[in-house]
Design a protein around this ligand. Structure first.
Ligand SMILES: C[S@@+](CC[C@H](N)C(=O)[O-])C[C@H]1O[C@@H](n2cnc3c(N)ncnc32)[C@H](O)[C@@H]1O
Length: 266
């Protein structure tokens, strides 16, 4: 059985749905209160291609912001947004110990890739200035057909030897209540909620195109050296997605549940 490795990311594929993917980020940002210090110090953990990190610089025009990621491809893309107050650096969130005091530690659509991430919460909350904020958003859709079909196919007789261990499972994230309990126990005032977006996607196989930028990365990485096998997997999985998410006259509907948490330190 294959062990779980960090997948290779493709910023170009990820950014194909940037409009839809940006909405949870701005919804999260809308709930982040004023920061305790000016100029503020901000970390964006799992910054990806940096286009969302740049929005933090717009919201806090004097802040110094560092985007961290463990994907060289994402960091290379992100560096196009770098400037006097905005920089990017390599970090693995699983082991990241904040190098200084922050007013805001934010993480959008990343912690689902970090097993055991709640164990890091004391470390991250401990690095906040008094009244500082830890805010994150994770997908809460690991029971959705896009994931269950992917896992079933990867675990089927044909694929399980190559793909058996590469995918995340439904426990990749906790419930909103569990996150709230964990952070309240650390003394934070916590706002946790969930939203199901109904994305209306256009074009052929749009759900496959969406997951090729994110959830399917571990499969694509595992089959990277075998284009024929990769094509076979995509053909079979794509047909299943078309049945689960049928095209309609107005587009293909992709319901997408997301979990949001904003925790303000004492
Ligand atoms: C779905 S993208 C989100 C990117 C960005 N935050 C956004 O909102 O567009 C997930 C990002 O998390 C990064 N990532 C995954 N595991 C990570 C880890 N252990 N440490 C740091 N970054 C990680 C990936 O490289 C990728 O850039």
């Amino acid at each position: 059985m294959t062990t779980q490795q960090p997948p290779a990311w493709d910023p170009r594929q990820y950014l194909r749905h940037a409009g839809h993917r940006g909405r949870p980020f701005t919804d999260l940002l809308a709930r982040v209160p004023d920061l305790p210090r000016t100029p503020a110090r901000i970390a964006d953990l799992g910054c990806g291609p940096g286009n969302m990190t740049a929005l933090l610089a717009d919201r806090w025009p004097t802040a110094h912001i560092t985007g961290y990621d463990n994907s060289p491809a994402m960091l290379e893309k992100a560096r196009a947004h770098a400037g006097d107050r905005l920089d990017f650096a390599y970090a693995d969130a699983a082991h990241w110990t904040p190098p200084q005091t922050y007013d805001l530690i934010l993480s959008n659509a990343t912690l689902q890739w970090v097993p055991g991430h709640t164990d890091a919460f004391p470390r991250w909350i401990g690095a906040l200035a008094p009244g500082g904020t830890f805010a994150f958003q994770v997908p809460g859709n690991f029971d959705a057909p896009s994931h269950t079909l992917m896992r079933e196919l990867a675990g089927s007789a044909r694929w399980k030897d190559r793909l058996g261990g590469v995918l995340r499972h439904r426990d990749a994230v906790a419930t909103p209540a569990a996150y709230l309990d964990r952070l309240a126990a650390l003394g934070c005032t916590v706002d946790a909620w969930e939203t199901t977006y109904l994305h209306v996607l256009q074009g052929p196989d749009p759900v496959l195109d969406w997951v090729m930028g994110t959830g399917l990365r571990p499969v694509l990485s595992a089959l990277d050296d075998d284009p024929a096998a990769r094509k076979d997997f995509l053909t079979e999985y794509g047909a299943q997605l078309r049945a689960a998410y049928p095209a309609t006259a107005h587009g293909t509907l992709l319901p997408f549940r997301r979990i949001f948490v904003v925790a303000v330190a004492p």
